[in-house]
Design a protein around this ligand. Structure first.
Ligand code: PLP
Length: 230
């Protein structure tokens, strides 16, 4: 078990390096969130020992125990759909939130962050593919959403955009979704709506991370490929 998790990671790391090379990118531009929603505390400890310190969870209920025991050893990312009534549990514990997708949620995050005297780092989640089953802001709402954030949410810092591609047998089929997200990010950057750089793209999961790197991902969210292998 110990060995295999290590081996899975070495293989992933090799593929990340190759994808960076293919697309003329530096390995250091690509960050990895190890998604531990499927596993328990021992496996999270192992991942931390591999030097992967960014840990992603998608439900507070499932993350709670791991967070309580390992809080200081990791940087916590909230990656899943966030209900407004869970914001009080998440803001202050998870310095990164990847799933900001509606104004009612922004208001709750901003309120809690202000009360705690912190800035909440968020990615705006976009439903690029337009699937009904996916969360995320509609692409055509992005500029007005960004404007309202910058005007009134002073305790939210936007890092960039996040999306989940549809699951495809052939990872190549996800490429247009990732490319579209990068174009949206570049456009948003050019509007200067935010008075700071919007540099980041949270995209790429176990089955499509190599394509996501080629299309400019700066944050991969990897779960099963680390724990179960490719
Ligand atoms: C579970 C999850 C992941 C990781 O998925 P894998 O396919 O196991 O790599 C990434 N992002 C989100 C939002 C998730 O819920």
């Amino acid at each position: 078990m110990h060995l295999s998790l290590h081996e899975h990671w070495l293989e992933v790391e090799k593929r990340i390096k190759q994808a960076c090379k293919r697309s003329n990118r530096e390995r250091s531009e690509v960050n990895v969130v190890a998604v531990t929603k499927y596993v328990g505390i021992e496996e999270v400890r192992e991942v931390l020992r591999l030097g992967l310190t960014h840990i992603g969870e998608n439900r507070w209920q499932d993350a709670q125990e791991k967070w309580a025991l390992l809080q200081d050893q990791a940087v916590w990312h909230f990656i899943g759909h966030l209900q407004s009534n869970k914001v009080k549990d998440v803001v202050g514990r998870f310095p990164f939130i990847h799933s900001l997708d509606r104004m009612s949620l922004a208001k709750e995050i901003n309120k809690k962050a202000a009360a705690s005297g912190i800035q909440a780092n968020c990615f705006i989640q976009i439903n690029v593919s337009g699937e009904d089953t996916k969360h995320g802001l509609q692409p055509d709402m992005l500029e007005s959403f960004a404007q309202e954030l910058t005007d009134s949410m002073t305790n939210i810092h936007i890092l960039g955009l996040m999306t989940m591609a549809p699951h495809e047998e052939d990872a190549e089929a996800t490429r247009p979704v990732f490319r579209e997200l990068r174009i949206m990010k570049d456009k948003l950057q050019k509007t200067n709506i935010f008075p700071y750089p919007i540099n980041h793209l949270s995209m790429g999961m176990s089955n499509d991370y190599e394509v996501a790197i080629e299309e400019g991902s700066t944050w991969l969210r990897l779960g099963s490929i680390i724990f179960k292998g490719g």
